[in-house]
Design a protein around this ligand. Structure first.
Ligand SMILES: [Fe+2]
Length: 301
């Protein structure tokens, strides 16, 4: 089990020394951005039996911005949505489920409002908003969350949308503003997540970078905007870079998608940055989403 953050050298375009490769990758990435959330939604028959065409359509979106949204055409009565979500993950090469102590034993977590009991103390199980983050930002290196899927069985009575942003787009905005931001954010002591966080997992503090590179040299990100969940390195370069992230994400003109998952819709993603807006739950028709987190990145993305 490795405790190191960096798998391999970054892909050529992520090297700060290679501005030519970066410019070519950047221009292609910006040119291929989907113009609206509607362009990211793919209608499918059933997520547990995707056709090749449906899979290809979702992959096309994922390659362009690290996520896609599916919308099942018809509800599937009596289906086990947890099994269906796992089957969907397998179709995208996702096998390494991240199990936390609050997940059901099979690693797929039902998210609903808990008004009492142990889960009620943690934000995901309340109606409160969740600030910008990537999932599992507090995990240690061998268990970093690279992919995230969500399936909506039943939306909230009101609200509960997600805002979503591709972390590669954020990387571009930061590097274009000042490459020193990238140098600061790839430092292995850039930020520390203190032990014991809102998900109720007992664990040691996790120091590490914001951006790092996996075994294929691909970019990955860990982040939370929740100030009490993170200690930033006091170095002025890191402080400036962290402030730049906050400024970009809070800017109303940021390239952010916002939408609400309705029943039968879901997200397939390489753990992109996201929020959850506040909502109102109706106990007679409670909000229910299923969430799966994986240590793999989506195959072929
Ligand atoms: Fe999340």
């Amino acid at each position: 089990m490795t405790e190191s953050w960096s798998g391999a050298a970054p892909a050529r375009h992520f090297s700060l020394e290679n501005s030519t490769a970066y410019a070519a990758w950047r221009d292609l990435r910006l040119a291929n951005q989907p113009p609206s959330l509607a362009d990211l939604i793919v209608e499918v028959e059933r997520i547990d039996a995707l056709s090749d065409k449906e899979h290809a359509a979702l992959m096309d979106r994922i390659r362009r911005c690290n996520f896609a949204v599916y919308a099942e055409r018809h509800p599937v009565p009596g289906r086990d949505d947890k099994n269906a979500l796992r089957a969907l993950g397998l179709r995208f090469g996702l096998t390494s489920l991240d199990c936390n102590t609050l997940a059901d034993e099979d690693g797929v977590t039902p998210l609903s409002v808990h008004r009492d009991g142990p889960r009620s103390r943690y934000i995901p199980y309340t109606e409160r908003p969740i600030a910008w983050h990537t999932d599992g930002y507090y995990n240690h290196p061998p268990r970093q969350v690279r992919a995230l899927t969500l399936h909506c069985a039943s939306p909230a009575a009101e609200g509960g949308a997600n805002r979503l942003m591709d972390y590669e787009l954020l990387y571009i905005m930061l590097r274009d503003e000042d490459p020193a931001h990238i140098a600061a954010l790839t430092r292995e002591d850039a930020m520390t997540i203190p032990g014991n966080d809102e998900d109720g997992i007992v664990r040691a503090a996790t120091p590490g970078p914001v951006f790092w590179f996996d075994n294929d040299g691909r970019l990955a990100m860990r982040y939370t905007a929740r100030a009490r969940n993170v200690e930033w390195n006091a170095d002025p370069a890191v402080q400036r870079a962290a402030a730049a992230i906050r400024r970009i994400l809070d800017d109303p003109s940021a390239p952010v998608f916002q939408g609400r998952l309705e029943a039968g819709q879901g997200l397939v993603s390489n753990n992109v940055l996201h929020t959850r807006e506040p909502f109102r739950d109706d106990p007679a028709h409670p909000r229910l989403l299923y969430r799966a987190r994986y240590h793999d990145r989506i195959a072929g993305s």
